[in-house]
Design a protein around this ligand. Structure first.
Ligand SMILES: Cc1ncc(COP(=O)(O)O)c(C=O)c1O
Length: 447
């Protein structure tokens, strides 16, 4: 069955039936509908959210075609090339290189930008761990930049004070698909002549002032991992307007062999590795790509509608989207939770009460301060040799004292993109669940 049409289990019929029951026995229906589900009442948001990935016959046919072609790798097939061309076209970039995943897209970009052991890279702490893991793989130092607590994104105003002679690059991360203030980032990058690699692993169609993210810095890196809006199980890509840079990325992902050049002759060569995508993955991506624009529009409409509903509920506030973010890819719908408006209920209790109602909100990233591998960095033999104890002490003090990032770790609540592909009425249900928990916060806080 084609899963693209799978919709909410709340049908007009069940809604009408429930209303009719209320008309017959109003007090009973009101009592059970109004009691929080966590306290034994009826959940207001009992819906089946769209499952992910969505796929149909086209994916099956595309995969069968690759199997039968017997051209399974990019070196003898044409699907990977076709996908790269299509993705570059979609983003408006001069070119695209696909790789095995988003982490390795970042890894490739950093290598080709010559970020090396002993360099420093400015990165946001409120991100998936991959963003700073790749910096550590280079034996470079991830220098954590405090977060704008309204948008959850890297605050460019914090950058200047963190730049030193070792700083090589800035890695802004477009969390949830919301574009970082790229005007601020680029102005610091230009001032200090730093490379900018955009971690756009959650931001395929997002735009900053009408230009697709990933094209504002020197390179943009994307993920096609299973949960992502564009998905082939595992996959990634780098886009850039710098063709020479992309050719070097190509060579890096192909054991250092440049495209169209003899492999074993004297001349320019580089060391690389094998990060090639398969024809199977590209075949799936090409089909998934054809659904992107429609899905994107649905997500945007539902997110805007939900935000309009939540704005009337005190204590829950959608994360700020900068004016310059002319398109948000809504990989994640992000909001602030302020317990002061919920009778002091801790976030985990709030989420439990919402889950009982059937609402999809949850919390995610935990503070970078809790990662042992970061805490132990000042004791690491290689880092001590590369940076010296004084610099590491300074780094430790700065990186683990970011109050605005800690606020974001503590108060964010969110849900993933597939929920936004539900019918619009599901947004009403989600808002209703939050409203109900707000109304009963004092009772819920006691249990
Ligand atoms: C912000 C961010 N950066 C990097 C990555 C790494 O991508 P991948 O899982 O494809 O390696 C992810 C994946 O979730 C991500 O969300």
């Amino acid at each position: 069955m084609d899963q693209t049409n799978k919709q909410s289990a709340v049908t007009r019929r069940t809604f009408v039936a429930a209303s009719a029951a209320g008309a017959v026995a109003p007090s009973l229906a009101m009592a059970s509908a109004d009691t929080p589900a966590l306290l034994g009442g009826t959940p207001v948001c009992k819906v089946t959210y769209p499952s992910w990935p969505m796929f149909g016959k086209q994916e099956e046919e595309a995969l069968t075609e690759v199997i039968r072609s017997a051209a399974w790798g990019r070196l003898n097939g044409s699907k990977v090339d076709a996908f790269e061309e299509a993705f570059a076209k979609m983003t408006g970039a001069a070119g695209c290189l696909s790789v095995v995943n988003g982490s390795n897209a970042l890894y490739t970009a950093l290598n080709v930008m010559d970020v090396k052991a002993g360099d420093e890279v400015l990165v946001t702490p409120f991100t998936f761990v991959a963003s700073f893991n790749v910096i550590l793989r280079q034996h470079a130092l991830p220098v954590f930049v405090d977060t704008d607590p309204e948008s959850y994104l890297m605050d460019p105003k914090e950058l200047d004070a963190l730049v030193n002679e070792r700083t090589k690059a800035i890695m802004p991360v477009h969390i949830g698909g919301s574009a970082v203030d790229m005007d601020g980032i680029m102005s610091v990058a230009r001032k200090h002549k730093l490379a900018v690699v955009e971690d756009a692993c959650q931001a395929w169609m997002a735009q900053w002032r009408g230009k697709n993210v990933g094209r504002i810095g020197n390179a943009g890196c994307f993920s096609f991992q299973a949960t992502k809006n564009l998905n082939c199980g595992e996959g990634g890509a780098i886009i850039s307007d710098d063709r020479d840079f992309l050719e070097r990325c190509y060579a890096f992902h192909n054991q250092g062999f440049f495209r169209g050049r003899p492999r074993y002759s004297a001349g320019e060569s580089m060391s690389g590795t094998n990060l090639r995508l398969t024809e199977f993955q590209a075949a799936v991506l090409l089909v998934q790509l054809s659904r992107m624009e429609e899905h994107q529009r649905t997500r945007e409409q539902n997110a805007a509608y939900l935000s309009s509903l939540l704005k009337d509920i005190p204590g829950i506030r959608p994360a700020k989207i900068y004016d310059g973010c002319t398109r948000n890819s809504y990989h994640i719908y992000m909001a602030h939770y302020d317990k002061a408006h919920f009778a002091g209920m801790p976030r985990e209790k709030f989420l439990k009460a919402l889950a009982a109602e059937g609402a999809p909100f949850r919390s995610s990233y935990g503070s970078h301060r809790n990662f042992g591998f970061l805490r132990n960095l000042p004791q690491d033999r290689a880092y001590k040799a590369l940076f010296g104890e004084d610099r590491l002490k300074q780094w430790e003090t700065q990186s683990f004292n970011l109050p605005r990032s800690e606020q974001v770790f503590d108060e964010h609540v969110w849900f993933g993109q597939a929920v936004l592909l539900s019918e619009r009425s599901v947004m009403d249900r989600i808002a209703e669940a939050v409203r109900k928990v707000h109304k009963h916060a004092a009772e819920l806080a006691k249990v």
